[in-house]
Every structure is written in C-alpha cells, then in structure tokens.
Design a protein around this ligand. Structure first.
Ligand code: ADE
Ligand code: ZN
Length: 341
C-alpha cells in the first residue's frame, strides 16, 4: 500500500454514487449462479473479466443486466450488499448512499419486497458490524417508460417511511432525457423523497440543465459534460449542488481516453462541488480508494485537494448537520498528521 493510499483510506468519506448491482464481483456471480442454478455465458471468472471491455455505456449495461440475473433470493441481495459495505469500511467510507435498480429485478419476476428487504437488512447489519451508516435510493431505468416508473413508485410506497429515502434515474442516457420523467419526479417530490439523477455522463449538458430545472434534483450524478455550457457551469457552481463523479467508470466507458484528460480538476477549478465515487466497482476496476488514487495520480491532486473531495462528499450527503460536523472535524484532524506523500 502506498502512502497516498494510506492517506486516502484515513480520510472519512461518503460514497454517493454506487449501484449495488455494480458491486457484484465475478467470484460472487459464479457462486450465486451455482447456488441458484442459473446458466451464465461464462465458464469462469477469467472469462467474465475478459468480457468487461466496454466502448460505451450501452456495452456495459448489456453485460450488467445479464450479470444481475444471478440475484434471485433475499439472501443474495443481502450478501451482495454486505460484501460491498465490508470492503469499503476498510477504505475510510463512513457513509454510503447506495442505488439499486428494482425494475432490473421485478422485470424478471423477483418481487420488489425480496430485493428491497434483503438490501435493507444488510444495510442495518453493515452499520452494526462495520460502522458504515447508509441510505437507500431507488433508481428508475430511463430506457423504460414513464408508466413503468410510476408503477415502481407506487409499489415502493410502503418503504417511503424512511427506508428508501430517494429516487434516482439511470441506465441508457442518450435518447432518454430527464424530461421524460418530469411528472414522476414531481410525484416523488410530493412524497418528500430526495431526488438525484444521472445526467451529462454521455448525454449533453442540455440533459444536465433538464435534470436541474425540470426534475429539480437535490444532487447530480456524473455531470461531466456540464463544462460544455459555461453559463450552466456558473449557475451550478453558485447553487452548490453536489456532483457525484466516477473517474474509473468514465475511463472504462471511454468517456475519457486517458485519466490525465479527466475533467475532475477542471470541474473543481470551475467551483463545482465535486465528489469521487465508484459507480460499478466490480465492472470498472476498483472501489473508492482505487478511484481516488487513479485520479489523484493522473491529475496531480494535492493532499488538500483530496481532503476537499472528501469534505464535499460529507457535505453533499443526506446526513444531518451534526453528523456532517463530526466527519469534517475528523478530516481536519487527519490533515494535521504528518503524511509522507
Ligand atoms: N447503471 C449502472 N451504472 C450506470 C451508469 N454508469 N450510468 C447509467 N446507468 C447505470
Ligand atoms: Zn451510475
């Protein structure tokens, strides 16, 4: 472990952009396929890893939706979620606001309650066993219809008593602008849910504008292409909205040709509140520390920069002000220690 990774691990941070299904490691995929008697198009974990050569978001999504077919029982969702929390607890993640794709499961006959209750039980145990606090956000698949999103919103209502705290929007971005879900998000807002949405990952800055202005989101997922619109960039810098950026994801999905060309530094310099996250770590080659290391080395980020990204993650989370203050104070303490990096 390099000194830089020790420094990164020592800093408390929140993960704000993580798809639980994207934390399904090839080993667990094989184990669950066996446990549930599911046929996979791969013979072993090496073949699975070899299949992870993506040229764009859709390439990845096609494989991601196939991979999740091994998740069948409440126990499977529990195991998946707890394994993620166990891993990131060793990387200084003190809080995780995780996404899941219920429609990716209900659409193949797995009841909403099976998926959701398995995840929630693991989030409770993760808090207890590993000290990682968490919240659950349900994402709508944007390649499906508005009507299907509304049906999912209705089905989820019993969990809106504080167990599912918000809704998000993910899957194939191009051709599925945020405006398609304006009425769904308005209904979710009426139910006092928090709102997030993927925009500007592959889609244009106009999608970011729609997500902010039409969906009235509380936090933006990705948002890399915001920089193409100077006026929008200035507005979002002033508003202080948090951007959940995912460096290794952007590299693996060819949003950037090289990490040295990642826009994260330019986003920070433009005054945007940027955070670092892992998106689908089992598919993109690393969890939080790997994402921080990769982007810090490529863009020559200072310790202050890295600490600021961690502060942003705490501030941009849905923790209470009191909880945020505790973590921010720890970040300041860590920075005061003598680091050899
Ligand atoms: N679902 C899982 N990962 C995603 C990503 N990076 N973009 C859109 N949808 C996703
Ligand atoms: Zn994502």
């Amino acid at each position: 472990m390099t000194d830089l990774s020790s420094f990164i691990n020592a800093l408390p941070k929140a993960e704000l952009h993580l798809h639980l299904e994207g934390s399904l490691e090839p080993e667990m995929m094989m184990d669950l396929a066996k446990r549930n008697d599911i046929d996979l198009p791969y013979k072993n974990v090496e073949e699975i890893r070899q299949a992870y050569a993506f040229t764009n978001l859709q390439d990845f999504l096609d494989i991601y939706y196939k991979g999740m077919s091994v998740l069948q029982t409440e126990e499977d969702f529990y195991d998946l979620t707890l394994a993620y929390l166990e891993k990131v607890s060793r990387e200084g993640v003190v809080h995780a606001e995780v996404f899941y794709d219920p429609q990716g499961h209900t659409g193949r006959g797995i009841p909403f309650s099976v998926v959701t209750n398995g995840i929630l039980r693991a989030l409770d145990d993760g808090r207890e066993n590993y000290g990682v606090s968490s919240e659950l956000i349900m994402s709508f698949l944007r390649h499906l219809s508005e009507e299907e999103a509304f049906a999912t919103l209705r089905e989820a209502e019993p969990w809106f008593d504080g167990r599912i705290i918000g809704v998000g929007l993910d899957s194939s971005e191009l051709g599925h602008p945020p405006s398609k879900f304006q009425r769904v998000f308005a209904a979710a807002r009426e139910m006092d849910l928090l709102l997030v949405a993927h925009a500007g990952e592959e889609g244009p800055s106009a999608y970011v504008r729609e997500a902010v202005e039409l969906l009235k989101i509380d936090r933006l997922d990705h948002g890399n292409r915001t920089l193409e619109d100077i006026e929008l960039t200035e507005t979002l810098a002033r508003s202080g909205i948090t951007f959940t950026v995912c460096p290794l994801s952007n590299l693996k999905l060819c949003g950037v040709p090289d990490m040295k060309e990642h826009p994260l530094r330019r986003m920070m310099d433009a005054g945007l509140k940027v955070t670092v996250n892992s998106d689908d770590p089992a598919y993109f080659g690393g969890y939080m520390t790997a994402n921080f290391l990769s982007v810090a080395q490529a863009l020559d980020l200072s310790k202050q920069d890295i600490a600021q990204l961690c502060r942003n993650s705490i501030v941009g989370s849905f923790l209470t002000e009191g909880e945020k203050a505790v973590h921010i104070a720890t970040i300041d303490q860590v920075l005061l220690q003598p680091w050899d990096c």
